[in-house]
Design a protein around this ligand. Structure first.
Ligand SMILES: [Zn+2]
Length: 474
């Protein structure tokens, strides 16, 4: 297969040496835990995934949830220097940072400087890859990364890109990330059949040669598919109510041996699909860590219990970050397969496609096809979405759900049926920072059907285009 040819590209990682050399000895890769030779090394990566607008607006999310996440994470990091945390969305971190006292800001700077608090991606948000325009992609990353650089200097620089929730991935987007200087890229969603094959053949990680025009190595990026999305492994989602580690033998329900076994079994199952002696466990999910103590206190106990029994299972586990995992894998000097096309379209199961990629001029199996544009400034203008049902796979029995939600601040969704257009409105009139569009279609009568949300001020008319006003972030 063209895109999976073996090639000797083992050392494409970590190529931005000049910046790495500049960084302080205490942060970045220098702050990573030392792998234990001869053992299987598990990188326990606490993180949170904070959508910059989804069911709530960005400001609502900040006040209802995210401010408490960052508040409590910082306290827990200060409480134990072994702990690490990875934060991603600068739209929130920026809001939080400007509310802090000089004393708190100094403490956070120290956490960044000693590598306990690291950033991944570092854009204003985690943008969609199917429908976004490159000008906006660059702008939103510039905004976030500039804030990090101004605030924390080189120690705040994210080493890896973190695209764990976009629904499919484009090579053009990856080429941009490579040129931004990231050393790695991780994602959570690829087509279910592709994932099954990659798991079977241990090709979950690869070198993505993302642009034949730009060429190697400028557009190459080490890329990894997370095992099963970005949330905790089953049984270890303590915020979900999974059974905590109960480590006092004098109390009922002492379960350390069972939890260690559960952990070791899970690790041994996951390691089958990866090639190196390292495994990244993403310990966090949507808007988690609002009570960071709950997670960290239990993870402390889990790490202690697993490592105390390492002779029995040869696994060692420690707090880590995506960039430290990348560094460890890189240091093993392995050979990787090469990929040179997209991860589009995205389906999570049969007949369940989430992506429409026609804006990028690529194939699409969804039925509502936005018109292609050749205007390089199109994202600064209103976006026209043609839902006239001209897609190849359109059938009278189909229902097309057009989900429009922005990347950064607003949720917009519209529900469209072929026979009628539903007038709906959205609250996006003034704060839309970027637009995400996902089409999902299903055959009438099938059970899986995505709930559509609220739209205000945008009206869909029979047979007409939908006009979405796009306003730039000020
Ligand atoms: Zn998300």
């Amino acid at each position: 297969m063209r895109n999976l040819l073996l090639a000797a590209v083992a050392t494409l990682l970590l190529c931005s040496c000049s910046a790495a050399q500049r960084e302080a000895a205490s942060c970045g890769y220098n702050a990573c835990p030392k792998p234990v030779p001869g053992r299987y090394n598990v990188h326990l990566v606490p993180h949170t995934h904070d959508d910059v607008g989804w069911l709530r607006t960005v400001d609502q999310y900040y006040y209802y949830e995210v401010q408490f996440i960052i508040d409590t994470v910082i306290e827990e990091l200060l409480d134990n220097p072994e702990r690490k945390f990875t934060y991603v969305e600068m739209a929130y971190f920026f809001r939080w940072w400007r509310e802090q006292s000089a004393d708190k800001q100094a403490k956070v700077k120290q956490l960044v400087k000693n590598g306990q608090l690291q950033f991944a991606l570092g854009g204003w948000c985690m943008d969609d890859e199917a429908t976004t325009h490159y000008v906006d992609i660059i702008d939103q990353h510039t905004q976030g990364l500039r804030f990090l650089n101004d605030t924390f200097g080189d120690c705040g620089r994210p080493r890896v890109a973190w695209q764990v929730d976009p629904f499919g991935h484009s090579k053009e987007h990856t080429a941009m990330l490579a040129q931004m200087g990231f050393d790695g890229l991780y994602y959570g969603r690829i087509d279910y059949q592709d994932q099954a094959l990659r798991r079977k053949t241990r090709r979950m990680e690869m070198v993505w040669q993302a642009s034949q025009d730009i060429g190697s190595p400028r557009a190459d990026l080490f890329s990894g598919k997370l095992y099963d999305g970005y949330c905790q492994p089953g049984g270890f989602g303590f915020e979900y109510g999974d059974e905590p580690v109960q480590d006092d033998p004098q109390l009922y329900d002492y379960n350390v041996e069972q939890k260690v076994k559960q952990f070791v079994d899970m690790v041994n199952s996951r390691r089958q699909v990866y090639s190196s002696d390292h495994l990244m466990l993403t310990m966090g999910c949507d808007f988690q860590y609002q009570n960071a103590r709950k997670n960290f206190k239990i993870y402390d106990k889990l790490i202690k219990a697993v490592n105390a029994r390492t002779a029995a299972h040869n696994i060692t586990v420690y707090y880590s970050t995506p960039s430290c995992y990348t560094k460890s894998v890189h240091d093993q000097n392995l050979m990787w397969t090469v990929k040179s096309d997209d991860f589009f379209p995205y389906a999570h199961q049969a007949h369940a496609f989430w992506t429409a990629t026609s804006l990028a001029g690529r194939r699409s199996s969804a039925t509502c096809e936005p018109p292609r544009t050749n205007s390089r400034r199109s994202s600064r203008r209103p976006v026209w979405l043609d839902c006239s049902g001209r897609g190849r796979s359109w059938r009278p029995s189909s229902i097309c759900c057009v989900r429009l939600w922005e990347l950064c601040s607003i949720t917009m969704e519209c529900l469209v049926r072929r026979s009628r257009w539903l007038p709906m409105t959205t609250h996006c009139e003034s704060r839309l920072e970027s637009t995400r569009l996902t089409l999902c279609c299903k055959v009438r009568g099938e059970s899986h059907w995505r709930q559509c949300g609220i739209l205000r001020h945008v009206f869909l008319q029979p047979g007409k285009h939908l006009l979405l006003p796009i306003h730039r972030l000020e």
